[in-house]
Design a protein around this ligand. Structure first.
Ligand code: ARG
Length: 457
């Protein structure tokens, strides 16, 4: 019999009940629901809205429900409408009339708003811990490779030489910004909506601050309609999760490229790669590919959240039940991804020699050759043109700028001297880029220090 049976002459249609029910996915909030109800019951008792005995009974009853769910003694009923109804019904079955008083001065609308905020706050903390682990692995890799020269690319064409440390630190900065976005979003989740009631608050003399304090919220929502209507924090967290995935997907794409026999810049540990069912030679970067693929579903969840919100009038509408699967799936996906990605990166072998050999190709030092002339008075555009001619000569004659004889250089400009070869040495090209934010080993070491201070590791 449904809780609202008084108003209805018939039982709900079985299919409608299943359709309407959210318990298959909102059961994960059982702990937050119970903790929230305990704080509410304590407040009702303290304010004299229910008797201290009933308040006590409710809290004790809820405690036993929580431990019974946790030990597996109490199974969550898949036929219940949602986790809120299930727990309230279970409480009433256990303690009788006192249980029926729990919902005084409360609606499921503010209850669910509370539960999601509490649940997502907890999950955000877990996520931050996992992101920090990944950041530490990246920094460790960078620290080992401040002298590992590799080609830097634009348009995936060899551009200028950098180091692997410089390259990989880029992802540390991206993730650091993601954490700061997560912290920011957390602040907006950390506002307690209970007391908003169904939409127009309540006539009972509730103490909302007391509930907020008991549940560890930094503040209380200031408008009852907003308190039950707001799912901005779901969309915002959904975006942060999408951006995390976008960053991981970009790095995954690079790892996939680097694993190819054309690059061979890295090799995955056997435990983090997969084979082929037919081609015996294969070692596939499935983890990285799956991360790239799962980014689509996390982006899809964000669109689900924004679309769910865009057309609904104030205050609660059942559409809002769709918030949970979307945001829960995004957070579950990112957590799952990190559990595979972080150890994969940690165990990946960097093929320094292949990186260095690739950096010797593609006239990567052409800018430095032009800069050599410019530093000796030739206007940059002229120097650029002369170097372009030199590169073309090398391409036609199968030479590199390092192997091109000085007399060929001097045919185009008598500014060239023997020290040209020092200026276009690949290691020198990296080390000369010794400005703040640059790739030289000294600059990157400073960068890593600044980073570590910023994220406090
Ligand atoms: N299961 C519902 C949800 O997730 C709880 C709120 C129900 N409120 C209501 N007025 N039907 O949104």
């Amino acid at each position: 019999m449904a809780m609202w049976a008084g108003r209805f002459a018939k039982e709900i249609d079985k299919n409608v009940n299943d359709f309407n029910s959210s318990i298959s996915f909102d059961w994960v909030m059982y702990k937050e629901d119970i903790t929230g109800s305990m704080a509410h019951a304590a407040m009702l008792g303290a304010q004299g809205i229910i008797s201290p005995e009933d308040s006590e009974k409710i809290i004790e009853g809820l405690k036993t429900i929580l431990s019974d769910i946790e030990t597996g003694e109490l199974m969550i009923d898949p036929a219940a409408e949602d986790i809120h109804m299930f727990i309230e019904q279970e409480l009433t079955d256990r303690i009788g009339d006192a249980g029926k008083r729990l919902h005084t001065a409360r609606s499921r609308n503010d209850q669910v708003a509370l539960d999601i905020r509490m649940y997502l706050k907890n999950r955000s903390k877990e996520l931050k811990t996992e992101l920090m682990k990944l950041i530490k692995v990246i920094v460790k890799l960078a620290e080992r490779h401040t002298g590992t020269v590799m080609p830097g690319y634009t348009h995936l064409q060899v551009a200028q030489p950098i180091t692997f440390a410089h390259h990989i630190m880029t992802y540390a900065w991206m993730l650091e910004r993601d954490i700061s976005r997560l912290d920011d979003c957390y602040k907006r989740m950390d506002v307690m909506p209970l007391g908003s009631g169904a939409l127009a608050a309540t006539t009972y003399p509730i103490d909302r601050e007391m509930v907020a304090e008991a549940l560890g919220f930094a503040g209380v929502t200031q408008n009852s309609l907003d308190g039950v209507s707001d799912r901005d924090f779901c969309a915002e967290l959904g975006f942060v999760l999408s951006l995390v995935m976008t960053h991981l997907s970009r790095l995954s794409e690079e790892i996939i490229l680097w694993c190819s026999s054309e690059f061979k810049f890295v090799e995955l540990d056997d435990a983090f790669a997969t084979g082929s069912s037919i081609m015996p030679q294969k070692k596939n970067p499935d983890v990285a590919e799956l991360i790239r693929g799962k980014t689509g579903r996390v982006n899809g969840n964000l669109v689900t959240l924004l679309t769910m919100l865009k057309g609904i009038p104030l205050a609660y509408n059942k559409d809002m039940q769709e918030d949970k699967q979307a945001i829960f799936d995004s957070i579950d996906t990112v957590m799952l991804v990190l559990s595979a990605f972080t150890p994969m990166l940690d165990t990946m072998t960097i093929r320094k020699d292949n990186m260095r050999a690739a950096a010797a190709k593609g006239f990567i030092n052409a800018t430095d050759c032009a800069d050599y002339l410019t530093k000796r008075g030739v206007p940059f555009r002229d120097a650029y043109k002369i170097t372009g001619q030199l590169v073309r000569f090398c391409v036609e004659n199968n030479l590199t700028l390092e192997t091109l004889p000085l007399e060929e250089y001097r045919k185009l400009s008598d500014v060239f001297e023997n020290d040209l070869y020092d200026a276009i040495d690949i290691e020198a090209c990296v080390e000369q880029r010794n400005v703040l934010g640059g790739p030289s080993s000294e600059a990157v070491k400073k960068q890593i220090e600044t980073f570590k201070q910023k994220v406090d590791i």
